[in-house]
Design a protein. Structure first.
Length: 97
């Protein structure tokens, strides 16, 4: 199944991608995108019956871990070099009115 893209579609994709393509580049992009769409169609022909979907390429049981505090509360030493302090936070000059 050959995917044929119109000039309007290529123009629209170029606008979305903020590309200023020459006529030659537009024709090449049209061919390239057509080949990509043909390949996607070919992948759709694969028999995936009975194949479990995979979310990770490696057999990982649990990729999330519990948050653990490792450095403790060292805010007093961090605030020593602050330009200003207020309520145990950095106080910095305003950048705009």
């Amino acid at each position: 199944m050959a995917n044929i893209l119109s000039d309007e579609t290529i123009e629209y994709v170029g606008i979305l991608a903020k590309l200023d393509l020459s006529d030659e580049e537009r024709e090449q992009a049209k061919k390239d995108m057509g080949r990509m769409l043909d390949y996607i169609d070919k992948l759709g022909e694969l028999d995936t019956e009975g194949i479990e979907p995979m979310s990770h390429v490696f057999p990982v049981q649990n990729v999330f871990r519990e948050d653990e505090v490792t450095n403790g509360d060292d805010s007093a030493s961090l605030l020593k070099n602050a330009p200003g302090k207020k309520d145990n936070m950095f106080l910095v000059p305003r950048t705009f009115e």
